[in-house]
Write a protein that binds this ligand. Sequence first.
Ligand code: Z5A
Length: 212
Amino acid sequence: MSRGLFLTVEGVEGAGKTTQVGRIARRLRALGRDVLVVREPGGTPLAEQARKLVLDPALELEPAAELFLMLVARADLMHHVIRPALEAGTAVIADRFDLSTHAYQIGGRGLSESDVVAANRLATGGLAPDLVVVLDVPPEVGRARHAAAGKPKDRMELADEGFHRRVAEAFRAATGPGILHLPADQPPEDVHVKLWTELSRRFPAIFPQDAG
Ligand code: Z5A
C-alpha cells in the first residue's frame, strides 16, 4: 500500500483553518476515503498536556520553553499517530504543523532558524507534508472572526501586536514548491471551492473535481 497524503493547513489565528480542514475531511469521507484530522499542538494524551501548558495565560514561558512544548507535542503525535496513519495509506490533514513553528517561534519570537529547523527535524523524524496550504487573511480579519466567535484569548493570542505582525509577515513570506497560498478573506464555501480546485489540480486521484 502506498503512503497516505500528508496535507497541512496553516495561517494566522481565525484564518479559517479548522473550518476548511473539516470541510475537506467531510468531502473526502463522503467519497469513501480514509482521512485522519489532527490539530497541533495536541492529538495524544501527552500532546494535549503540552497544549494546555503552552496556551495557559497564567504561565510565563521563555521562547525556548515554548518551542520545546510545541515540539514535545509534535514528536509524540508524529510517532504515535501521523506516521502510522500515513504508513497505513490514510490521508492525514493537520490543522497547523511546522510552518506554525516557523511563523511563531522563529518569526514571532526570534529564535534561531537553524536551531529550530534542527530541533523540528528531531521531532518529525524528517517526515514533511506533501503540501502546506496557507490561508491568507489580514491578521485583523482573523482577530475579528475570533472576537465574534467569543472565544477566550489564550497565552499566544494575548501576545503583543508586534509579535502578531511578525507572525503574519512570516506566513506571508513563506514560499516554496510545497507551499500553496490561498486568499481566504471570503465566505467559507468560496474558500472551500478554491481549495478543492487547487487540491484536485495537484492530486486528482484523491480530490476529484467532478464529485462531492
Ligand atoms: N502554535 C505555535 O506557536 N507553534 C506551533 O508550532 C504550533 C502552534 C503548531 C494554537 O492555536 C496556538 O499555538 C496558535 C499558534 C500556536 N496560537 N495563536 N495565536 P489553535 O490552532 O488552536 O487556534 P488558532 O489557529 O489561533 O485559532 P482558530 O480559532 O482555531 O483559527 P482557525 O482554525 O484558523 O479558524 P476557524 O476555527 O476555522 O474559524 C474561526 C471563526 O471564524 C469561527 O467562528 C468560524 O466560523 C469563522 N470563520 C471561519 N472561516 C470563515 C470565513 N471564511 N469567513 C468568515 N468567518 C469565518
